[in-house]
Write a protein that binds this ligand. Structure first.
Ligand code: PGA
Length: 254
């Protein structure tokens, strides 16, 4: 068990929520609650709130991330934002391949890989999301699906670059549904993903990789999930919109 080798990372995924005043308010309330946390704290906010969030978080341990980036540096991609544009703002993290991007915006394993590459090339850390649909779990192909998503997403990523990858295991059926995977279910898949990474990069690299669980994580289930040997943190949607709830999860991880 090598959990102590890894820093716990709790990241909030605000999704398409909060105005700029909301952003200043939420980060302002969060800062004193999480000052001195033993884990890394990240808030991934909508693009329009990035600058506001960076300003609000200045001088604190709250780091700011985005929720997506394009794979090209620039060009005719109406509505998209490049990884370089995020880096230029001072953003250091970006979520890639969230299931909502895969479900509603045609994201594929291949485009996820391209976006991961772009994030790494721009110097960002990618929070790479993988996870099975409910029918895939029922068909007992969760392991295969998560292994395939992980392998394709990491194609062309070097061992050195792996240090700037966080994997978030998010079973799609648990996102925003209030249905959390049991600690055992979540721990098992996170362990399996770590094995996939060990086969690709070796045990030491896999032991150093932070793997989060995401999907209806909240203050009452966080401690049990985070106690699992292969779960090193969480990607939090709904509960990251309330400073007290998000802080309680961070406390459980610290
Ligand atoms: P949830 O979302 O915590 O609201 O289930 C998690 C996520 O989508 O990252």
């Amino acid at each position: 068990m090598n959990k102590e080798l890894r820093k716990a990372v709790i990241a909030g995924n605000w999704k398409m929520n909060n105005t700029r005043p909301d952003t200043t308010g939420l980060i302002g309330r969060l800062k004193p609650l999480v000052a001195g946390a033993a884990c890394d704290v990240i808030a991934c906010v909508p693009h329009t709130n990035l600058e506001t969030a960076l300003k609000a978080a200045q001088g604190s341990n709250v780091k700011i991330g985005a929720q997506n980036c394009h794979w090209a540096n620039s060009g005719a991609f109406t509505g998209e934002i490049s990884a370089g544009m995020l880096a230029e703002l001072g953003v250091r993290y970006v979520i890639i391949g969230h299931s909502e991007r895969r479900q509603y915006f045609g994201e594929t394993d291949v485009t996820v890989n391209q976006r991961v590459r772009a994030a790494l090339d721009a110097g960002l850390t990618a929070i790479l999301c993988v996870g099975e649909l409910l029918e895939q779990r029922e068909q007992e192909i969760t392991g295969e699906i998560c292994a395939m998503q992980t392998k394709i997403a990491l194609s062309g990523v070097s061992k050195q670059e792996l240090a700037r990858i966080i994997i978030a295991y998010e079973p799609v059926w648990a996102i925003g549904t209030g249905k959390t995977a049991t600690a055992q279910q979540a721990g098992e898949v996170c362990g399996l993903i770590r094995n996939v990474v060990a086969n690709l990069y070796g045990k030491a690299a896999a032991d150093a990789l932070t793997i989060q669980y995401g999907g209806s994580m909240n203050p009452s289930n966080a401690a049990e999930l985070l106690a699992m040997p292969d779960i090193d943190g969480g990607l939090i949607g709904g509960a990251s919109l309330k400073a007290e709830d998000f802080a309680a999860i961070i406390k459980a991880a610290s």
